[in-house]
Design a binder for this molecule. Sequence first.
Ligand code: DP6
Length: 337
Amino acid sequence: MSKATVSAPANIAFIKYWGARDLERALPMNSSISMTLEHCVTQCTVEALEREGIDEIWNAEPDGGFGTPEPEFAQRVREHLARVRKWAGRSEAVRVATRNTFPTAGGLASSASGFAALTLAAAAAFGKKASTKELSLLARRSGSGSACRSVLGGFVEWAASRGNGNLDDDSYARQLADADHWDLRNVIAVVEIGPKTVSSIEGHRRALTSPYFDKRQELLPERLEKARRAIRERDLTALGPVIEEEAIDLHLIAMSSHPPIFYWSPGTVAVLRAVRELRQEGLAAWATMDAGANVHVLCDADSEDDVAERLEDLPAVGFVIRDGVGPGPDEETEHLF
Ligand code: DP6
């Protein structure tokens, strides 16, 4: 097939990728664990053209029109397309359009879903069949490392290394449990919209300058094990403290990097406070943030309405997005162009 459309979901990290051994190839310092979302997705159509040369890259707008993406983003897409083309053994140029179902670049992992969708749609347009492992490796090499987790549904672990030698072939994601395993909900309190002030790539670079970086690395093996166990046992009261601790550590490292990075806004603190109050009232709700100000609140299905209403009422919250665990990417028959 020369034209393919794939929708790939965003994911929210419980244990974060923050700091790399090799930034260009997105080889992380530590393993990470995430939950794949259901509704926050990127759709991507790739068509292999009957010519070689320059790729055409478009943003699909909600009104059905097409716009030109930011030059920096377009450049990253071109580089990744060159990588996928080489891997697939093809030479044709492609036409690409992408569309997000959620606000981009607000710490809502738009690059992860975007580069996962691009990888899978380009592989399909080039007619190249591959294992999930291969596709996860390829998505990781986009440089948006967390994209390697968005290739899978449910609960996912991306290993820093699986102990088989060459790190570049060895650092990819695998499913810990599928989407049906646990009906966990993610209420996203959006307190800031628009691009983040400092990119994740820059954050990874600066992370190693924080005096707390090594300390977190020491704590991680136990934290990873607790997260795996809590997911296996569907135990939110065990998972919750681990993910909150981990999110605070990421931001502690960002704030103590040289130069420092402050992703939080006053709204972030207001939501964190509300989440604590919800817990005092007996609801199991736990917060995490990626490299942005918005807060992802994890809760069970029975608490979702209460959590969403409380967060919606906060003056600092623009709106909430209600999401849950999703089954992973999907090839669609309807194309964006
Ligand atoms: C804080 O380098 O994968 O979200 O390219 O912006 O998607 P993007 O980021 P990436 O780093 C992700 C950083 C994080 C934590 C995580 O998702 O593990």
